[in-house]
Design a protein around this ligand. Structure first.
Ligand SMILES: [Zn+2]
Length: 199
């Protein structure tokens, strides 16, 4: 999913555990970041198989296992919750486009509801129809009702959990809104480019 929804998941997780562990700002931030930060591996796409950042080791369960082991060794609830947040990101990404889940896959792994097997096999041909390759992914993403419902539900769950359990961290919603604005503006921009391209 898009980074705003991963951010929402991080806020939900951190908020739910907050009444138990009474996080400080650094700890709360660490958990939220653990839920989305790996998406910045997009800047390392050129090192990834098929230039797909989701095929990098950062989009596998390996870092979350590392965090799990570290958290168990030093008995840190915060690191264990970061591990959970990281794992959920990779799991969720398997559902839409797939990831390198176990770190051993040659093709994105998962149910991949946003792309069919045929499309994945002929991806270069499909992407060649677009002026900008990213357009295919953004337009497909926002055209799916399931995605819109999931984004809406996560937004609602984020608001509810932070208001109920972690009101003092409510400014984190601004981070979510910045990511959402980034994706929506990018999508509208690409849609315009592609409309001109096809006409
Ligand atoms: Zn991701």
């Amino acid at each position: 999913m898009h980074i705003n929804s991963h951010c929402a998941v991080g806020i939900i997780i951190a908020s739910i555990f907050h009444p138990i562990f009474n996080f400080d700002l650094f700890q709360f931030t660490a958990i939220v970041f653990a839920a989305f930060f790996m998406d910045f591996d997009v800047f390392l796409s050129k090192f990834a198989k098929d230039n797909n950042h989701r095929m990098l080791i950062t989009h596998s369960i390996i870092p979350s296992i590392g965090l799990l082991i570290l958290g168990l060794i030093i008995l840190s609830p915060v690191i264990l919750i970061c591990s959970l947040a990281y794992f959920i990101h990779v799991f969720v990404d398997c559902i839409d486009w797939g990831t390198n889940f176990l770190g051993i896959h040659q093709k994105p792994f998962g149910p991949k509801f946003l792309i069919t097997k045929e499309e994945l096999d002929n991806l270069d041909e499909i992407l060649s129809k677009y002026k900008i390759k990213k357009s295919f992914f953004d337009i497909r993403y926002y055209s799916k009702v399931g995605v819109l419902i999931a984004e809406g539900l996560l937004f609602g769950a984020m608001l509810t959990s932070i208001i109920l359990f972690a009101m003092e961290f409510s400014l984190f919603i601004i981070l979510y809104l910045l990511f959402l604005a980034f994706h929506i503006s990018g999508y509208l921009h690409l849609k315009k480019i592609e409309a001109n391209h096809q006409s």
